[in-house]
Design a protein around this ligand. Structure first.
Ligand SMILES: C[S@@+](CC[C@H](N)C(=O)[O-])C[C@H]1O[C@@H](n2cnc3c(N)ncnc32)[C@H](O)[C@@H]1O
Length: 291
């Protein structure tokens, strides 16, 4: 991110969700606030999406990753989890569409500059900051995330569900694994949904590889270069070593199979973008949920 300014990739991701509402009617992912939170930027995001049909695959991936993460979060809430963390929240609107149940709390952690921009956009859109939302401003590159979260009121003894979308590519591999390690060590346990990309050399489809390189060049230009690619098997092995016992990993083909089975053009299985859900032992839910 450049010169303490709000994340541009957060704006782009939110633009994809807004365009998904406008162009596909929220077919995969219905987000009633996606357009509203963008304010004046919504129109441009939708116009760009209309003018660049080659970006439809990426837009649908962004929609499917949110759908998968929110479906998983709602299941966790039904099972009793009352602590949600949106890590690198950007302009995500989950917290503002969620019915507050009991003592449910949603923590939004983000870089201070992006969080300031989001709160200004919420105010401009006339969207109140609900009492169940807690803001934690933190730069992953400086200081300890767990300390920042506990200082912000998050209780590590309660089971925590984490939505961590669109962030791992911009971190170092070390930061990704140390973040997973931190969640695995929460005494109340954790369930985390995040997306990641396989190394470009493992993408066999030339068109997909070219698209990846073009996107990498674009994000680097915006000051947020891709820094982390993860090998699927190694990720799963290391996650198991950290005590994540449940791992559900969907590549693009599996996401399309689940959420867009009627789509004519199916991506090939294998390398590319993935969304994964990892959970530590379930039996801590009952202990942690009510606290
Ligand atoms: C592509 S955006 C994704 C935002 C949101 N999760 C979404 O799916 O729309 C990347 C997010 O990571 C955050 N981020 C990047 N580097 C960060 C850092 N060093 N510390 C804290 N947050 C960071 C940005 O502020 C931004 O919100």
């Amino acid at each position: 991110m450049q010169n303490g300014e709000a994340s541009l990739t957060a704006l782009v991701a939110a633009g994809h969700r807004a365009a998904h509402q406008a162009l596909e009617g929220g077919l995969v992912f219905a987000d009633s606030l996606a357009i509203r939170i963008l304010g004046r930027d919504a129109e441009e995001a939708i116009a760009v999406a209309k003018g660049r049909p080659e970006r439809r695959g990426l837009r649908l991936f962004v929609a499917m990753r949110s759908r998968f993460a929110e479906d998983s979060a709602r299941r966790a809430i039904e099972a009793g989890v009352r602590q949600i963390l949106v890590l690198g929240a950007g302009l995500d609107t989950f917290a503002y569409r969620l019915e507050p149940i009991g003592d449910l709390r949603v923590f939004e952690l983000d870089h201070p500059a992006t969080q300031r921009d989001k709160r200004a956009r919420l105010a401009a859109a006339g969207l109140a900051e609900p009492p169940h939302v807690c803001y934690v401003a933190h730069d992953f590159e400086h200081g300890d995330m767990r300390e920042a979260l506990t200082a912000g009121g998050l209780g590590v003894a309660r089971r925590t569900f984490v939505l961590w979308l669109g962030v791992t590519p911009y971190l170092t591999e070390e930061a990704v694994y140390s973040t997973l390690d931190a969640f695995a060590r929460f005494p109340g346990g954790a369930e985390v949904v995040f997306d990641y990309a396989n190394p470009p050399r493992t993408i066999s489809d030339e068109g997909v590889r070219d698209f990846h390189h073009a996107m990498a060049a674009r994000v680097a230009q915006s000051g947020e270069p891709f820094r982390c690619h993860l090998e699927t098997l190694e990720l799963h092995e290391r996650a198991r070593a950290l005590d994540f016992v449940e791992i559900e990993d969907l590549d693009r083909a599996a996401l399309v199979e689940r959420f867009l089975p009627h789509l004519q053009l199916k991506p090939r299985p294998g390398a590319g973008g993935h969304v994964v859900r990892m959970a530590t032992r379930q039996d801590v839910v009952a202990e942690g949920a009510g606290r």
